[in-house]
Design a protein around this ligand. Structure first.
Ligand code: URA
Ligand code: ZN
Length: 364
């Protein structure tokens, strides 16, 4: 059996599920609720506007079951799909919503719980930790340093909001510094998408397609471009960032970003020469292979290199819609994209399927 490593795979540990359930009475997004017309159906409401009264309760948010919180289901999914090792991460919206005074303690307990769960399947599970971003900078840096000491942790996952002002916020510098110093990767993942107004008055006739297929990747693209424009990669040249969904649209748009900079009087006046975006793509950025087509995957490989792209599944999101299907279409499509993109170049495919993750995240 070939070794396969999944670096984009989520979990909501049981203690986090309890937090989400406790928010249901006040309908404070994110929350997990049951609705009177479907009392056995737990629905996870995490995206802005998912709980609008005009949406039928059976299409609000998404149905959730044990695959979201029961680690034995993750292992079964891995076995069903030939996945040797997984690097699990808390799913969105992480701890973004936690009250500031509880942030540090909540992050510690969620991270300890995830580290412990990895230990139940020693060698098969590793994790990206979560940061108390609503807490103080001291709390956040303290957790970065503590995560570096936990045996199964290999970096951190977070969204695009940072401390509330995005990832180009100068106040985040001590966090980037601590991550760079402790050699921990950032897994940058979308959650908030784009303002609903861009989807138009008929937006909710199209299910989750517009926010998930387009809102998510554009959110990631804008967030990492803001980091780049603010000089984060000039000040932290060793910072490593893994971008979800093959970088959103960054591989496709990098040339346009560079050209806009070259034609902007604001940047023309810069005294210090900034690093080029293609250089950052090849030295600071890693991309997952969660893009479902060889066209997008080839763009990711062209932009960052076959030694910087890594297989992922996004489990437990995008399950098969039919009852009792054990093979997931979403996973099969990503395997096929890798096959088609590399053809006979088996050694490059092997890098994407496991070699890059094993090397980068020290999974041996
Ligand atoms: N939907 C989400 O909310 N998160 C994911 O990671 C994938 C789909
Ligand atoms: Zn994901």
């Amino acid at each position: 059996m070939p070794r396969i490593i999944d670096i984009h795979t989520h979990i909501y540990p049981p203690s986090y599920i309890k937090i989400l359930q406790s928010r249901a009475p006040a309908k404070q997004i994110p929350y997990i609720a049951t609705f009177p017309d479907a009392p056995n159906n737990h629905r996870l409401i995490i995206l802005p506007d998912e709980d609008s009264e005009s949406t039928p309760s059976t299409s609000r948010g998404r149905p959730v079951g044990p695959s979201y919180w029961d680690i034995s289901q993750k292992i079964k999914f891995m076995d069903d799909h030939g996945i040797t090792q997984s690097v699990i991460s808390l799913a969105n919206p992480w701890l973004d919503f936690v009250e500031p005074e509880k942030a540090a303690e909540t992050a510690r307990s969620v991270n300890d719980e995830i580290d412990e769960v990895c230990g139940w399947y020693e060698g098969r599970l590793f994790a990206f930790g979560t940061l108390p971003l609503s807490g103080s900078i001291r709390d956040i840096v303290g957790e970065v340093e503590r995560l570096a000491t936990l045996p199964h942790l290999r970096g951190v996952v977070f969204g695009t909001s940072g401390l509330g002002k995005g990832l180009d916020d100068p106040a985040l510098e001590p966090v980037y510094q601590a991550l760079e110093a402790t050699n921990q990767l950032i897994f940058l993942h979308p959650h908030y998408g784009l303002p609903n107004s861009v989807y138009g008055p008929r937006g909710n006739e199209y299910g989750h397609v517009l926010p998930l297929a387009l809102g998510f990747p554009l959110e990631t693209t804008i967030a990492v471009t803001r980091m780049y424009l603010s000089g984060v990669f000039d000040r932290f040249p060793k910072l490593e960032v893994l971008l979800a969904h093959s970088g959103g649209t960054l591989p496709f748009l990098a040339g346009r970003i560079e050209s806009c900079i070259a034609h902007d009087a604001h940047f023309f006046k810069e005294e210090e020469k900034r690093r080029g975006i293609w250089d950052v793509l090849k030295t600071n950025i890693y991309l997952d292979a969660v893009i479902y087509s060889e066209v997008g995957l080839k763009a990711a490989i062209d932009a960052s290199g076959a030694d910087r792209v890594m297989f992922g599944t996004d489990h437990p999101f995008f399950p098969p819609l039919g009852e009792g299907e054990s093979e997931w279409l979403s996973v099969k499509t990503n395997y096929q994209a890798i096959d088609k993109a590399f053809g006979d170049d088996k050694s490059a495919a092997e890098l994407v399927l496991s070699g890059n993750a094993a090397r980068l995240l020290r999974l041996d």
